[in-house]
Design a protein around this ligand. Structure first.
Ligand code: A3P
Ligand code: MG
Ligand code: MG
Length: 344
């Protein structure tokens, strides 16, 4: 952008206009070797209850109960009468993660760090959902995003700011869209139990305030990351691998009837599903396919490690390496730009 302020204040012509540093989102620029991405390690978890209150424990953990191959889940059931919707106009920012950090400082400090040193041993703190948006940016043509960053004691905190377009969309959702947003949560209720040895209870209330969140630490290239993400459920087998390897991500999607629809799932939906689960090291996505009336008619499991092979035959398809390299370069860019440490 031209620097209008300089012109208004009568800057001399020999002064260079301030250039606006930028980072390209063009896919071709990120097609290189896959960057280092360390196996994410769960360093803790927290829960948000029916009133969205924070608890420094796993009380909201749910257990996956494998449904029939051809279930008949009615996702519309309970929309009128057994649905408590989270108030999505409340801006939670990074608050829950910060609460977790404050309560778990001792777990995070490396042996070299003294108790008096207030610095965290990581470069970035953020939500997994914000990272998902970064990963998919080179392929996202419709939705923009706005992220805010501040540097505090050497750590960069990244939080999302809702764009005007996103707010308009949120304010103008159709009744059909509102109902379809419920379907995903209703599917979770059909497939999750509150205890390892109990069964799902579809007669209960769906309350979208409730959440179980994992907190993981990992490294992307030379960026040390600490982030949290909501986890739908875990394998109920007590001998299942340790978190995050025992976690299961649940998804719903429209029933697939044609090769074109299968191709679209691979080219567009699997990108989002892969990015969301790959980041925290969740190994599988269990999808329920529903018809137009909101009835789940079939199930399919997608293993995150196999998705890159699954999509290889699609024309003009997304590439995991582009997603990860863009994210890595974005983080280098942020480190370069947000240089002033600011406790305010
Ligand atoms: P589906 O995943 O079956 O679409 P998540 O899968 O990330 O755990 O999210 C659970 C559900 O929340 C989704 O189920 C969907 O119903 C709803 N949801 C999540 N993100 C959404 C968004 N951006 N817009 C609308 N609904 C969303
Ligand atoms: Mg979820
Ligand atoms: Mg889900």
């Amino acid at each position: 952008k031209p620097n209008h302020h300089q012109h208004q204040s009568g800057a001399t012509p020999e002064q260079k206009p301030l250039s606006c540093p930028s980072l390209s989102t063009r896919r071709e620029l990120y097609e290189r070797d896959f960057p280092l991405y360390k196996q994410p390690v769960e360093v803790g978890c927290f829960s948000l209850d029916a009133e969205r209150r924070f608890f420094n424990d796993s009380r909201q953990m749910r257990y996956f109960v494998e449904p029939d191959r051809n279930p008949n889940f009615d996702l519309r059931d309970g929309y009128k009468g057994r649905y408590v919707k989270r108030d999505d106009s409340v801006r939670e920012k990074l608050d829950h993660i910060l609460r977790w950090i404050v309560a778990n400082r001792s777990k995070l400090d490396s042996s070299a760090t003294t108790a008096s040193s207030r610095a965290l041993d990581v470069d970035f703190v953020t939500w997994r959902g914000h990272l998902t948006k970064l990963l998919t940016t080179p392929y996202e043509t419709r939705e923009g995003w706005l992220l805010a960053v501040t540097r505090f004691s050497g750590t960069l905190y990244i939080s999302e700011v809702e764009t005007e377009a996103a707010q308009r969309e949120r304010d103008n959702r159709t009744e059909r869209h509102e109902e379809m947003m419920y379907w995903g949560y209703k599917f979770e209720q059909y497939t999750c139990a509150d205890n390892p040895d109990s069964l799902p209870d579809p007669s209960g209330v769906v309350n979208t305030n409730e959440a179980f969140c994992t907190v993981v630490q990992t490294r992307l290239a030379d960026h040390r990351l600490l982030f949290s993400g909501e986890v739908d459920c875990r394998d109920k087998d007590p001998d299942a691998p340790a978190p995050p390897a025992c976690y299961v991500e649940l998804k719903t999607s429209a029933e697939i009837c044609t090769p074109k629809q299968r191709s679209n799932l691979h080219r567009f939906k699997l990108l989002k599903w892969w990015a969301q689960s790959f980041l925290p090291g969740v190994p599988r996505v269990v999808a329920g396919f529903r018809d137009h009336e909101g009835v789940v008619v079939s199930m399919e499991t997608f293993h995150i490690s196999k998705i890159s092979h699954l999509i290889k035959n699609e024309y003009n398809c997304w590439k995991p390496t582009v997603c990860m390299n863009f994210c890595s370069d974005f983080m280098s860019f942020v480190k370069h730009m947000a240089t002033e440490d600011n406790p305010r």
